[in-house]
Ligand binder design. Structure first.
Ligand code: RIB
Ligand code: CA
Length: 302
């Protein structure tokens, strides 16, 4: 599977990227970065550090620093830490960012491999909307857009209505949902069904060399945030998005059109709708199998 991860690393983003690196069936074409958990500059620096950790020359192309139309947000440093990797200090990556912008990299990659590239946006989906503006053929050429975002029947996690990635750029998600591209939405309806606990991170640390202790280290701050909101574990949001791209049989979905509230008290709410192309919305999953698979897979990254 040719894959591009669009990301705002971010602790669970880091888990997802190291998970992807452990899968021999995934050809990671590149990472594209976006604001959200951190500033886009921090996201790019953290993504470059993660590429150092996986030890491959994966290009990192910087993208949007703010939403499509909304004013800029303060990053979610209270969730992912001041530098986006828990309490870790700012990493000093060895590599430099890719010359193209995120949208340019996305458009060129998808045009060069029509029908083959899966894109997993696991931050605000601004770069994908930008790519659709840049290349009208993007929606037709991309193999699938498997997006971490939204909450259809589940409550939101930033407001009672809105999930964070969608809240941070509702206009961008609405463009993608209206585009006719093959979209699968991995929202809070499924991602909060698998929580990773401190013990799980101990397991990862024990079985994964330097990257295992890194994941354990960056999880502390993130787990403390979840504890502060009454959860004894952190949602498997971003890694589950990649698992959904690779193993759709572990999920049950509904095909329906969706809209996003782009203003008003429920801004960022994703709703079933008519009159636009249908997408796949994941509503349930085999949580035990997903967690077991993830823990086994992510302990393989050396
Ligand atoms: O709501 C969870 C999503 O918001 C995840 O992608 C997390 O990394 C944050 O970006
Ligand atoms: Ca993310």
């Amino acid at each position: 599977m040719k894959l591009i991860i669009d990301t705002d690393p971010g602790v669970d983003d880091a888990l997802a990227i190291l998970y992807a690196a452990a899968d021999p069936e995934i050809e990671l074409l590149g990472l594209t970065t976006v604001f959200g958990n951190v500033t886009v500059e921090q996201a790019t620096r953290n993504a470059l550090h993660l590429v150092d950790r996986i030890g491959r020359d994966v290009p990192v192309a910087q993208g949007a620093g703010k939403p499509r139309l909304l004013p800029p947000f303060v990053p979610s440093h209270h969730v992912h830490g001041p530098e986006g990797l828990g309490s870790l200090a700012a990493p000093q990556p060895r590599r430099a960012p890719h010359a193209e912008s995120a949208a340019e990299f996305l458009c060129r990659s998808v045009r060069e491999h029509p029908g083959e590239v899966v894109v997993c946006p696991i931050g605000p989906i601004t770069n994908i909307a930008d790519a659709m503006d840049m290349d009208p053929a993007f929606a037709a050429n991309v193999r699938e857009i498997v997006v971490m975002g939204g909450a259809v029947d589940a409550p939101g996690n930033v407001t009672p209505f809105a999930e964070a990635n969608t809240y941070h750029d509702p206009h961008a998600l609405d463009v993608v949902l209206a585009s006719g591209a093959p979209v699968t939405m991995v929202g809070l309806d499924v991602t909060l069904k698998v929580l990773l606990t401190e013990t799980d991170f101990d397991f990862v640390a024990a079985g994964n060399g330097p990257n295992g202790s890194f994941l354990k280290e960056i999880s502390r701050f993130y787990l403390d945030f979840y504890k502060s909101i009454g959860l004894m574990g952190c949602g498997l949001h971003d890694p589950m998005t990649l698992i959904a791209a690779r193993y759709p049989e572990l999920f049950s979905s509904e095909r329906t059109a969706l809209t996003v509230d782009t203003d008003g008290p429920a801004i960022g709410k994703t709703r079933r709708a008519n009159g636009r192309p249908a997408v796949n919305v994941l509503l349930d999953c085999d949580a035990e199998a997903i967690k077991a698979h993830f823990l086994a897979a992510v302990t393989k990254v050396q």
